[in-house]
Design a protein. Structure first.
Ligand SMILES: Cc1ncc(C[n+]2csc(CCOP(=O)(O)OP(=O)(O)O)c2C)c(N)n1
Ligand SMILES: Cc1ncc(C[n+]2csc(CCOP(=O)(O)OP(=O)(O)O)c2C)c(N)n1
Ligand SMILES: [Mg+2]
Ligand SMILES: [Mg+2]
Lengths: 339, 338, 338, 339
């Protein structure tokens, strides 16, 4: 893959084929299903938003599915993640249901946050996901603190903290990462480097735009990974999680990926160069992984089609129910402020 | 004369000031990216092309670029900084409050910090962290001037006055009033367009604006609530209650001359504020009016404000959170009859 | 029973809570360094030795360690964080306001953030950036509880209640009231010692305290101003004016029951606040009292507060800036006679 | 010199003797006089504070004089500096008079800030010193913005921004330095690394405690210098200033030094190890430079003694006048808030 700007981090090597054969079929198809689920979920949400039936605002992750899926597949159910304004993929990857998410997006009381959170604040503590933090980099100190709690409590959990390339410039990144490093906290710092922070390209905001290299300044390990290769992400995340559980955290994973859709709402991405878009579209994480899977003797095109059909059905049902889901009443306005 | 919305009027105002004075420049996130949006609400669209090198796109670093604006202002520049959502001002507030606001005083009057900080506020279906009414956090900071603009005419005139002022000025704007177009249009937007005169003009930073005259009750609001108060006054008029509506506009200092004159006329004050009732700007105005014109008050001052809760996402609750025309009418009616 | 100052009482309170509950820990700058000071005002002196690994010295990174406290609290810990001077809270306010205060609401009631943030405030000869009265910036934030402690008894009891509360609680303390000793003693300090009972006790986070009964005028203050109000009441009594003095203590929520009862008795309210008059906590109390007990008010509510200027360094001006006993007496006298 | 903790930055090489002969006698004696002036000023201020006649609080710089003097000697009169709560030395080095400073410390209207600033906010814009910023790292974005102004105005000035090792952990450092680097701004970032932030040793707050190395993460040049060698500091600052004026800024200078006195007020420094204190006392910047100077044929012990006598006289006069200097009246309280 060619990245147009020479100052960008080197392209990761093409997917390591051996990874494909280390895993069993069910696991791989499970990953594939999650990827497809996120893509279809996002496409459907976009439609609902544009048609005007879904309220609020949206920040979507089409093209970036492999980062969420690869990382979360390396976590246990009782591990945690923190997320951002762009959290739909993280939520689905961590096990939130389509239904609780759609209900939330429709503002229903059956939503994962009773309709009080919305798209930017999806979460479910019981499933290990803190409500999304929509302040860029605001989740980083928070995740470091969660990891501190695990350490003080001598619990084996880790937290994976998702943030974007844009977050690296924030003071919160610097402060949170420094303390995580100082105290060897079990936090995997997952930078989804999609080359843009809103409309601004990474080379305009970092003179030395390799995010993984930042780790060294704080005295810990960073690694750049092909974020559109779900198995590579998964493998890197597994290593990172293992190090964190062994008390050798944190680890910074820079996952190179690309946002296929607007930054938010109706954004047409005119700031993305055409050749860049095309280069990245050619390495779509789902198409690539699908093609890889078909290279296995135990996976057929029909298997993949069945996944897609199942996912579509699930989302269709979800949308129908969400449209009917109960809306809050005014009495709900003042509940849930204090514990 | 041309009819413009707030976003357009601000854009023209900034362009005119940049043309007039080479020390004016813009600094913020995504404000001048080619193919981008001209900031979160299109205010700076096209300015980067018109003024090369003077519309500076920053990393996402509110504390940092605000501090840079303070430093540049101290060296004779006149920065216009902006945050994409007012909620992010918490990240920048150390530089605004500890440096920009205090620098003149602690230097014994030898430093000037002529900078402008613009910030969009208001609950608009985005959830708790992109919704807060931030003006309350800055009116109690000596050394800052705080203004809120609710019409395109004011937006342009206040912007120009702020750029020319030798002190740090914060301008609050409301997402539903920008009249942003295209992909950046806002559901629920309210028309805040004005006829904009062709020549140069400024709007002073310390004057409230009487938007409608009346004699039974004074409605005080700003930003979106100034518009809602006007709509409420229409309905009240139909019931025979003549409300005087004042757009407070200048939140620090507060224009007690204009407001006091109205209170002396009506004797009854209803404050309307978007943002939780507790600790809002209305509290200051209520307390201040008691000091300035207690003798004229014929009834206790009433505050209509948002609930004391974070801003909820779901539209049902967001609408219940924020004062609406019906609540204003009901409260004004009760007050007028008290 | 023993007589203690605020710093000692807080120290014991923290130690007792840490003993009682292993999830309690302290986090902040210079709080547990061997050979160090136990924080800027000696509150945590000796705790690091007593509770190894549970008094965490951080880098100078207020936003970061506050965010870490929020995250740790969400995972079941009960952090007690502190900033060396309240003025630095501006750096941490994003985590306090956008995360700690809103997390429960935006999660639909599923997250708890049981954390305490302590902050020393007050003008004490250090100049503008180590002097501000910060409580005004937090009372208007739904989801936060805000308390100010002016006696050692309260400090310990409030600290314990705050640690046990499942919500984020901010405790404001005053540098001149700590009774810090040795190298950390403060010129101008005021005696805030109390007899501290031996057993466990808490002071509720939502109650004001009547410090002195009287019938002519109600003086409301907190922190240093509660002490100055008491001194003023002594002088007023000599003139035959019986002032009721209430330590507001709980700044959010405000205890309108206790305060209202006093207002119904005296009909006259004087608010005393350290910090610029505009946009202070007094504004909220004045506006709130108009809503709660306007009928009982026999005169407009009066605010005595600091000047609307940054805090000056030079003692002459710092003393003129902050309300003193003479100003309180004069204002109360005028009010009682009005 | 041996630093006790192995994780600390390597000790700088002993002073480069050739530097001594590159400069003429007057320049060198001028540096020496500044060093002595700062030391004597600080000692006198400490006395006045402890005796109780001087109000306020103090943060002093005994032992660190060479950083201020070396850097400021590389600046022009119309270049600027920003400073901190520990700014007495910076102010004297940048040319503020003993009198305007003492008057300020005594709260007089004739002080450099009319008594409104105080010890932590000393400054004089006409002499190129912004009032000290007492918020740790708060001056870094400010200095970057000043440098941005110089660049936009195409003025040749540079700004030297003083901060401590403790400031490196703050978000403001990260954000300000990143933008300074991105836009090649003419700012010399002067980190006075005295090994402690308040009572906390640098190795407790940075896992990789070489401050100069941080520059690389942001894509610009950093350098560690013996901060107790005034000529080494001056030489490094000259290089940095030249680069900045040539549009190749910023530069990060890490000046290794040591605080001989308390962090503030009556602090007895019990957190500093005895052997560490002794090691650093043995490399006192003034004694070292004095000894070096005596190695020149054109400098005698009598010259150095004359410097000291002149300085003492100057301070004595300053104190006497400052004690009599006019105090503000209450009318001054509300002036100078707005321009
Ligand atoms: C503190 C803060 N500043 C600005 C914003 C507005 N904003 C939302 S998303 C975004 C870009 C974030 O970029 P990045 O971190 O790369 O994440 P991505 O959008 O690429 O997922 C910006 C500037 C914000 N939400 N928070
Ligand atoms: C934002 C902020 N946090 C904390 C403090 C309190 N404080 C004053 S000086 C200091 C230590 C600073 O260390 P360093 O930057 O190394 O400078 P030094 O004191 O060594 O000159 C601290 C923590 C402050 N002034 N500002
Ligand atoms: Mg990005
Ligand atoms: Mg230091």
């Amino acid at each position: 893959m060619n990245l147009p700007a020479s100052s960008l981090p080197p392209a990761p090597a093409v997917g390591d084929a051996s990874l494909l054969h280390r895993h069993d079929r069910d696991f791989l198809l499970g990953l594939y299903e999650r990827l497809v689920l996120i893509r279809e979920f996002e496409e459907r949400v976009k439609f609902l938003f544009l048609e005007g039936t879904m309220p609020g605002t949206i920040h979507q992750c089409q093209g970036q599915e492999a980062t969420a899926v690869g990382v979360c597949a390396a976590l246990q159910a009782d591990d945690f993640i923190t997320s951002t304004f762009r959290g739909h993929g993280h939520a689905l990857a961590k096990g939130l249901t389509v239904q609780e998410m759609l209900d939330e997006l429709f503002g229903a009381t059956t939503g994962c946050c009773k309709g009080k959170g919305g798209s930017m604040h999806l979460g479910n503590m019981a499933k290990g996901m803190v409500p999304g933090i929509a302040i860029v980099a605001g989740g980083i100190p928070l995740a470091a603190g969660m990891a501190l709690a695990f350490k003080l409590q001598r619990r084996p959990q880790v937290v994976a903290c998702f943030f974007g390339d844009g977050a690296v410039a924030e003071g919160a990144f610097h402060e949170g990462v420094n303390m995580a490093a100082l105290w060897n906290l079990p936090v995997v710092l997952v930078c989804e480097n999609n080359l843009y922070g809103a409309s601004t390209r990474i080379d305009k905001v970092m003179k030395h735009p390799c995010v993984a290299a930042r780790a060294a300044a704080y005295g810990f390990r960073g690694e750049t990974v092909d974020g559109n290769d779900v198995l590579a992400v998964h493998a890197a995340a597994q290593r990172a999680v293992a190090e964190c559980r062994a008390g050798q955290g944190p680890v910074l994973l820079e996952l190179l990926t690309y946002r296929r859709t607007g930054h938010s709402r109706r954004d047409a991405c005119h700031y993305q160069a055409k050749d860049e878009r095309e280069a990245w579209f050619a390495r779509d994480p789902i198409e690539r992984f699908g093609a890889q899977l078909l290279g296995r003797s135990d996976v057929s095109a029909a298997d993949l089609a069945a996944v897609k059909a199942r996912v579509e059905q699930q989302i269709q049902t979800g949308v129908e129910r969400a449209r009917q889901a109960p809306q809050p009443t005014i009495a709900d306005l003042t509940t849930d402020v204090f514990a | 004369m041309k009819r413009q919305g707030i976003a357009e009027a601000l854009r023209d105002g900034i362009a005119e000031e940049m043309t007039r004075d080479p020390s004016v420049f813009c600094i913020g996130e995504d404000i001048g990216v080619p193919g981008g949006w001209g900031g979160a609400f299109t205010v700076t669209l096209g300015l980067a092309e018109k003024f090369p090198g003077r519309v500076i796109d920053t990393p996402i670093a509110e504390l940092g670029f605000t501090g840079m604006a303070v430093g540049a202002a101290m060296m004779g520049m006149r920065p216009i900084a902006d945050v994409q959502y007012g909620d992010f001002l918490f990240l920048a507030s150390d530089q605004l409050i500890n440096n920009a606001a205090k620098m003149r005083y602690m230097s014994g009057g030898t430093v000037k910090v002529p900078m402008v900080m613009r910030a969009p506020i208001g609950a608009t279906g985005r959830g708790s962290q992109h919704a807060q009414s931030m003006e309350r956090y800055f009116i109690g900071v000596p050394g800052l001037k705080v203004v809120a603009v609710s019409t395109a005419y004011d937006a342009k005139g206040v912007l120009k006055a702020a750029v020319r002022d030798d002190n740090p000025v914060m301008i609050f704007e409301h997402k539903l009033l920008y009249g942003s177009k295209g992909a950046r249009a806002e559901p629920g937007a309210v028309d805040a367009t004005s006829e904009i005169p062709d020549g140069d003009y400024v709007v002073p930073l310390d004057r409230a604006a009487v938007r409608r005259e009346g004699k039974h009750v004074t409605l005080l609001g700003w930003l979106l609530m100034a518009h809602y108060a006007m709509a409420a006054a229409d309905l009240l008029a139909a019931e025979g209650i003549e409300a005087e509506v004042i757009d407070v506009r200048s939140l620090s200092p507060i224009d007690y001359d204009t407001i006091g004159a109205s209170v002396r006329k009506t004797g009854r004050v209803l404050l309307v504020e978007e943002g939780p009732k507790t600790g809002g700007v209305s509290a200051e105005i209520a307390a201040g009016l008691m000091e300035h014109c207690a003798d004229s008050l014929m009834a206790p001052i009433v505050r209509v404000a948002s609930a004391d809760v974070p801003v909820p996402f779901t539209p049902v609750l967001e609408n219940a959170y924020r004062p609406d025309v019906a609540r204003i009418v009901a409260a004004a009616r009760r007050l007028a009859q008290s």
